[in-house]
Design a protein around this ligand. Sequence first.
Ligand code: HEC
Ligand code: HEC
Length: 337
Amino acid sequence: MEEFQNLVKKLLTLVISMFLLMLVVFFGLIYFDSYTPTEAPILEWDAATMVLNNPEVPELVKEGYQLLNASSQNMGPLQNNPELRFSGNNLSCTNCHLNGGTLSGSASWIGIVDRFPQFGGRANKMGTLEDRINGCMERSMNGKAFPSDAPQLKAMIAYMRWLDDGIPKLNTKVFKGYPNIKIPTIAVNLKLGAHIYTRECVQCHGAEGQGIRYQEKEKGYQYPPLWGNDSFNDGAGMHRVLTAAAFIKNNMPYLQANWENPKLTDEEAYHVAGYINSFPRPQKKEKEKDYPDKKLKPVSTSYGPWTDNFSAEQHKYGPFPPIIRFYKETFDLSKTK
Ligand code: HEC
Ligand code: HEC
């Protein structure tokens, strides 16, 4: 008799559980249904399926991708053939232009082919996309320019062009360069920068900013360096505090932040950008020739000459609003970086 009672109890519990489960599933479905997006989803970047193993992608595009994404092995210090070595550090272009140059807010290359030729202040003339890539070669990659008809440039540009036709759904928003930050009114505080670096960056980029290499040395960096001999040189855009701050705000810490959901505030990004740029790095030669029209120099360019009387210290670490005001009042130029 007791056994029978137990059985009834168990059955009852089972029936009630089933009923509750059905309720959960039913309301779950209704809820989920109302939240299903109707537009085609934004694709996740997946280089292996989209580019490298995709039979529909032309060889030249794949070659371009290899140069941009495994730069050290294909055109840098890890390239066995010295004649094919053009970049001087072990960075990849995609260390700064994330997800194969497709990520919004990291100076994405989507739409870039149509934007060139365009005027560039650094050379004070109309420049081609080839010139712009060579700009990053000589500065961000601390290397040398390719001849303008180099097959490597053709391959890289073929890849950039393919980004426009091949996978238009990848980018959520097109920015020219980085979304601007609100420029702080104070100077960079290096102590605060150091503090933020320890909290948010050191685990990947290292206490000496040296980054972390893959165990297989021939693969280059897992986490790229931020200063020192193997980093971008002092003529690079990333060496300007305002540019670096905009990159960092919208992209770092890696995988924890993007332009829609940044982790650091504008001021935090600014202080830590000043901090990483306060250490020694390779020196670009003949920087004084940059910006033949000196008043077009971005305000946070750390090297002179300038067409103003602000100190080198202030051009490097701010505060920038007084400099921006000076150019507005004197030359009617509106500067954002
Ligand atoms: C979880 C690891 C991780 C953390 C934390 C992190 N980064 Fe990065 N960072 C990366 C990776 C990985 C890349 C290269 C991305 C790629 O190749 O797709 C990168 C790239 C960069 C670059 C451009 C490439 C270079 O070497 O100059 C800068 C600048 C940078 N990070 C700064 C920072 C700063 C500042 C912080 C802290 C606010 C930070 N990162 C936090 C992993 C990290
Ligand atoms: C250390 C970081 C870094 C690396 C490495 C780097 N770049 Fe850049 N790149 C930048 C910055 C910073 C800008 C300027 C963004 C801005 O407009 O504010 C830029 C701009 C560009 C632009 C123009 C983007 C635009 O929207 O107008 C192109 C094209 C480009 N880079 C290509 C390359 C290529 C190709 C490589 C590798 C040979 C490379 N970059 C390596 C940081 C980097």
